[in-house]
Design a protein around this ligand. Structure first.
Ligand code: AMP
Length: 588
């Protein structure tokens, strides 16, 4: 197929912004495209060679493109650079300088879509020291044989400047009209696209087999599925109204969504936006197969940073330390994670998308063997508002953002934000307005880098009425190596053989101290807790108050005695203020 047909379509499209006209140009092009190359045409129209998740980039530096153009047109580099500065669009420059050339020479042969695509593909694959010269040769040979209009688009594609913005959905419309006879069939194409995230593959199927290809469109390994999304709700009642008498309440962890594709030994991980993120998680690639009992799988999980000493979940930001090109091994060691699976989409060649949630969950539980690294997302079946609230409270206490509520009978709806999944978050202001001064009452031995020192401290507020030190949180973040050493020394003088009778906590520390040392802490929120005893029964029967995401500020309050620490009454006031802020924000 002549490349000029694609180039002409792109030219028409450049001159209109009307969606109907854009679609019609595409329909006309698709109808004359041989089936075997429809996927190549679809990719080229969007300035790509393959779907984004495959990470194949044409990626040519402007310098090389300019050199190639100079060679093809027989015009000095400086002149081209000058034109480029003037016009600001490399495609237009290429078209202009080649226009001048065609007036003096003959074009040898028509260039085809296949030739353009295959040449660009070869360029994308070139690596290594000599690759720049080779790239230049390939480009200049293409440009040599191209008409000015064609050269303009080739130049734009290779420098990633094809900015026509042909949306995926416009292409789906055009494919529906061209190959199924009606735009009404768009939803079926959209479904196929959501299942494989590859427009070329959808185009190829529908061009060859029409509607039939869509009816049987299958999930396939290493083609990421567009993730199912949740609607936000504000209260457990809303969930009951939307979900019926019984539904699943899963923890909503605050990490990174990971879609894991595994076939034998090969594993690829995709992010929520379907970027290949395998490189950031070498620990998953290395360790996960021990826990997965199947040959071929697509699973969804939330990867969450954890404090290895305390087992607590850490906020999402901690994971960002892994987003780097170098020293990944160190980041993996310093920022350990757990992988918490919550869905299964493919098992040994069979799609699970149409299975109801409860069935998928059963499959998940049957194929995952949990250990300290691989987990199944905690879930409880719930019926009443009270039950939802209980799970929410537990979730918040272990560091979750809230809950995901899921309908038991619903299929996995790829790419859809639907009311089969609801998210119930605990809303709060990012930070408590104030820092707190808390008493160190116990400690837990460190592991890894913190071996031989304390990994986390147990802290208490002061209860003036009972003259006790009820615990309020465990803190493991905010410490430097020096401060850890310093604590080890200061606290070794305070160790007691038995727990001081004024200490009140549901936790068993490794070491207990005289309640004397006061340190400054910031936190994101105060939550209800069954384990911590500060303000026990004051807000709710059976619950105390705890700090969420506490962090040591670096200040030891040497000037304060433990009776000067933040009191339980002050904590209650902070908690009530925070609730008021949440309510105010909801009303606004
Ligand atoms: P949001 O980003 O607030 O719209 O919440 C949706 C995100 O929550 C998903 O993309 C997942 O990364 C994350 N998530 C955490 N726990 C779960 C869970 N149990 N089920 C589904 N998604 C979860």
């Amino acid at each position: 197929m002549k490349f000029s047909l694609v180039a002409d379509t792109l030219s028409y499209m450049e001159n209109t912004t009307k969606r109907l006209e854009l679609t019609q140009h595409l329909v006309d092009l698709f109808k004359i495209t041989p089936h075997e190359i429809i996927s190549k045409v679809v990719y080229l129209l969007q300035g790509k060679l393959r779907p984004d998740h495959e990470g194949i980039e044409i990626g040519i530096a402007e310098k090389i493109a300019i050199r190639a153009l100079s060679k093809s047109a027989g015009i000095p580099i400086v002149k081209i650079e000058h034109e480029y500065k003037k016009m600001g669009d490399f495609g237009q420059v290429a078209a202009k300088v080649l226009e001048q050339k065609t007036q003096t020479t003959f074009i040898t042969e028509d260039i085809t879509v296949e030739r353009v695509y295959d040449t660009l593909y070869r360029i994308a694959e070139l690596k290594g020291a000599r690759s720049q010269d080779m790239k230049m040769k390939y480009i200049s040979s293409l440009l040599n044989d191209a008409t000015p209009v064609e050269a303009g688009f080739i130049a734009k594609i290779i420098t990633s400047n094809l900015r026509l913005g042909i949306a995926d959905y416009t292409i789906l419309d055009a494919l529906a009209i061209a190959f199924t006879g009606s735009k009404e069939n768009r939803p079926m194409l959209e479904h196929a696209y959501n299942v494989c995230s590859d427009l070329g593959r959808v185009a190829n199927g529908v061009a060859k087999d029409g509607i039939l290809s869509l009816k049987n469109f299958q999930v396939s390994i290493f083609s990421p599925i567009r993730p199912m999304l949740a609607e936000r709700i504000k209260s457990p009642q809303e969930a009951r109204e939307k979900m019926g008498p019984q539904f699943a309440a899963e923890y909503k962890l605050d990490g990174e969504r990971v879609q894991l594709h595994m076939q034998g030994e090969r594993i690829i991980l995709y992010s929520r936006s379907l970027e290949n993120i395998t490189n950031y998680y070498p620990d998953i690639v290395e360790r996960i197969d021990k826990s997965l009992h199947a040959h071929e799988l697509i699973l969804e999980a939330e990867a969450v940073a954890v404090n290895e000493n305390t087992g607590e979940f850490l906020p999402f930001q901690e994971l960002m330390h892994r987003r780097r090109k170098y020293k990944i091994a160190k980041a993996v060691q310093d920022y350990p994670i757990t992988v918490n699976f919550f869905d299964v989409m493919l098992l040994d060649g069979k799609s699970c998308l149409n299975m109801p949630y409860k069935e998928r969950r059963r499959v998940l539980e049957s194929i995952i063997k949990e250990d300290s690294f691989a987990k199944i997302m905690p879930m409880k079946l719930v019926k009443t508002d009270g039950e939802v609230e209980d799970v929410l409270e537990n979730a918040i206490n272990v560091g979750c953002e809230g809950l995901m509520l899921k309908q038991l009978e619903s299929p996995y709806r790829a790419g859809a934000r639907a009311s089969n999944w609801l998210k119930l978050k605990r809303e709060y202001r990012n930070e408590l307005g104030d820092s707190l001064d808390l008493v160190v009452i116990g400690a837990f031995y460190g592991r890894g880098r913190r071996t031989g020192r304390y990994g986390a401290l147990l802290l208490a507020a002061y209860d003036e009425q009972t003259d006790t030190f009820p615990s309020i949180c465990k803190v493991g973040t905010g410490f430097t190596d020096e401060s850890l050493d310093q604590f080890y020394q200061i606290l070794s003088d305070k160790i007691t053989i038995k727990k001081d009778p004024r200490i009140d906590t549901g936790l068993e520390a490794d070491v207990w101290f005289e309640p004397e040392v006061v340190i400054e802490i910031v936190a994101s929120e105060i939550t209800l807790s069954p384990i911590h005893k500060a303000a026990m029964d004051k807000i709710r029967k059976g619950s105390g108050l705890a700090l969420r995401f506490p962090k040591f500020t670096g200040r030891i309050r040497f000037e304060k005695t433990s009776e000067n620490a933040t009191t339980v009454d002050e904590v209650v006031t902070l908690y009530n203020n925070q609730k008021k802020i949440v309510q105010d924000e909801r009303q606004n």
